[in-house]
Write a protein that binds this ligand. Sequence first.
Ligand code: TXA
Ligand code: MG
Length: 328
Amino acid sequence: MSGTVRVAADDTAIAWAGGILAHGGLVAFPTETVYGLGANALDPAAVRRIFEAKGRPAWNPLIVHVAEVAQARALAAHWPEAAERLATAFWPGPLSLVVPRGPRVPDIVTGGLEAVALRMPAHPVALAIIRSAGVPIAAPSANRFTELSPTTADHVVQGLDGRIDAVVDGGATTVGIESTVVDLTTAVPTILRPGMITRAQMEAVLGVPMAMQDEAVEDGAPRVSPGMVARHYAPRGRVQLVAAKAIAAAIEGARALGQRVGTLLYAAPDNGDVCVRLPQDAAGYALGLYDALHQLDAAGADVIVIEMVPDDPAWDGIRDRLQRAGES
Ligand code: TXA
Ligand code: MG
């Protein structure tokens, strides 16, 4: 593929990007969570290009993005009551619903699974691009497989320049970590990936308890939740998650081995060769997390010491990403 065109998200760019998508091209665009790498979800050849551009294995299925609830329903074989309730409460927003897939959804989108993940993003640029394309848009995060998710157009260009047709720059995203993914094909609604829409918020809407599928499975093994690859969302530096009181010792240990130490802190005092601080509230922390990890990588940190975050449900999505970043 030749060069990647980067454009600011104005009306002309949105119409142009919609045209590229409608004709089988690849366009990265902002959502409220992270930048997505979009292709026409109904065109298997276009979707195949997503896997090629990302270097993503075909068993890892994609989320299909829609601009209306009716567009989601039309992609499902059956639209469960729970889906209606959750969509009414949280769409547009950072929640993906896994429902039985309808006949229009190609195999390549779901990795052959009989379920499809659907989401209506809460971002005006994303919604306008989906409407302009006139088709549902399959979009994983716009990063190379296992690398950090992008929260700015710069991050997208760093990872995918020359591999995709265009990046629509709509500024930094506003949630910062990927959507909560919920499986509604099981007897008990099951959280496959925690995010900023929490279990308690969803249980309040559903009126029933949910289950949490929280163990990472090994790469390539048969899986219920294909995206739960252990090493994912990972920076290049080796990540250590450490309680505040053990940070100084962790830094000394790494330095003794001649390593450059980056720290990611929110309450502990500044320390390390390069230090990035995030806010103490979950929403503010999530918003800055991937950019902080990108910065620590750019600063050449061999080891990234991360201050353990609070053991509170509001932080479930953040803890999940930090644990995955730390697994090898
Ligand atoms: O916030 C987000 O969800 C972002 C933006 C771009 O919308 N997208 C995103 O996509 O994070 P991706 O491909 O990086 O992650 C999709 C997750 C994976 O964990 C995948 O396994 C899961 O959703 N998933 C997709 N389809 C599924 C299905 N049919 N059944 C079970 N899990 C599914
Ligand atoms: Mg991803």
